[in-house]
Design a protein around this ligand. Sequence first.
Ligand code: MOS
Length: 708
Amino acid sequence: MSAVRTRAIGVPLDRIDGPAKVRGIARYAYDQPVDNPAYLYPIEATIGTGRITAFDTSAANAEPGVLAVLTYQNAPRVASTADPELAILQSDAIAFRGQFIGGVVAESSEVARHAASLVRVEYEEQPGHYTMRSDGTDLYIPKVLNAGFTTDTVEGDVDATLAAAAVRLDATYTTPIEFANPIELNSAVATWNDDGLTVYCATQGVQMAQALLAPVFGFEPQRVRVISPHVGGGFGCRCFQYADVALAILAAKHLPSRPIKLALTRRQMFTQVGYRPSSTQRIQLGADASGRLTAIAHDTVQPTAKIKEFAEQTGVASRLMYAAPSRRTTHRVAALDVPPPNPLRGPGEAPGMFALESAIDEMALACGIDPIEFRIRNEPHVDPESSLPFSTRYLVRCLQEGAHRFGWEARNPVPRSRRENGWLVGIGVASSTYPTYLIPGNSATIRATPDGRYRVLIAASDIGTGAWTSLTQIAADALETEVDDIELQIGDSALPMAFMAGGSAGTASWGAAIIEAARALRERLDSEYGGLVPTNGLEVTSDPMKMADHAGPLPGSPFKEKYAMHAFGAQFAEVRVHADTGEVRVPRLLGMFDVGRMINPKLGRSQLLGGMTWGLSMALHEHGVRDPRFGHVVNNDFAAYHIAANADVGSIEVHWLDEEDPYSNPMGSKGIGELGIVGTAAAIANAVYHATGIRVRNLPITLDALLQ
Ligand code: MOS
């Protein structure tokens, strides 16, 4: 190792995998070459609730090229039905409309799809529960929220404090069903070999997919090898939901001589791979005459699925954002006969901060205080919930420096005060936050050779975020060498233990393991080889229990018990609302973020920019509409479910503070994958209010809400 310390971290390196992607040679799941594949097309239930009484598969079976028609009557039995979403084709029961009830395997994908359309199914329909009751009698308290958060928290006598407050706000906000919709369709290729089953699939975590799928089929985990070197987006829809992969494995068990290929259609993606559940959120705020918050109550209500509970942590950001002495958060769900919801980028924080940051804007106005000043006045000095100090919390600086860059000083505080050529113009602000996680139990192997090169192996995933590049940078930095000397291997469950690309925790957790492996390598080289790599090389695998216990200038974890760790940001929006038509345009967004040390500014900017773009999409466009008669989402394609496109987006500026977090992880970074979408929708809604004087509390903000 050279004496000159190379600082690979912080360099805006181009994507290492970029040329392969541009040339079309980077292999995504469905591209993986296998010998003589057969193609699978699913059959989906066309009723919402009930049971199958008869299948007629004769026409499908008679179609030339059809190899098998799978139904619950002939499909292989699974070993475990503990995950009802994965234990498909095991009975005649229908849990939601669109559930997989069969599949056709054929010599081509076209024949499989056509033959699937020939399968006749008879049902006995049963009454289903597809919409939440307005009287709330179907609500219950979930045991735990996503990511392990406590369902309810309470501090002080919230109702009494609210009642006594000089200024009070009581408002209800709603957000709709939203979908992940990554560009790569969820796909799977399942093939047998001597060691067991190899599955190529689009996943955010090769070992998460392995851990979830292997027990369903009664395999030891290592007998199901999951390979996923390149993934076209994730956003949460490839963490836990693998019904498509389970169907491919069932088909491979049924027809073991042929590798099975399956790619969902875009429409199937609206049913099979989860979604953000809609939310109804009541926020109550109390403040004293000087604009100091005395009480915050955030009570959320969301649907979940009867087949599998998922409870979003929608109120958790309200536990830490402001210094109100009395606080309450509650989460209630109702179980519907619908497909299971799941985490979607910024689960909890994204919808929750739309409500909270809209309410804070309303409260600032009610108190007659500038919304930035109001936030600063209510900035907590420690985490209000745990009383722990924050590792770092530069929210105030983000608000102030962002305001300066955006031109907030020129803002006339009076709503509906600026009109240009028929457009009402307004600007708004909101805060962002997302937890900073370091997931324990990650490990990396480093193989050093005397030519000064290193192979770095870890079962990480690159879902388009740039992990191929940022992990190479972290390795080069830890090994004090050039990035060209690093050869990274990721995306294979046979590699050393790694958490998935989820919770914005990938880079932190994998990077910490790589740094620990580099430390262990250096230690062995120094103690056994006089600091020189032996001629036949040296391989070291880091202890997954020691990943946080690294050497170096940063103390790193285990500081979880001593500090509250979160990323923060301030987002600013300029909107134009047409005075006659209500059309909303967003010419300008600016985000200023507190994300610790930036590993790769080019990739990091992309992450935050993408998040903000999606936040704009959440504010103005995205809206899954459920059919109350059958429980399915009717606008299940890109024609009817609009996602912000280039024409919807104006200028988006992304900035961050040049600050490290001394406690978050060995790199000093914070997760950035989800932070960018948190707060954008509130900044836009607050700007819409400033432009028009109309408070829109229901997303998306459509023009009908703005016509008086
Ligand atoms: Mo994220 S919603 O934890 O993939």
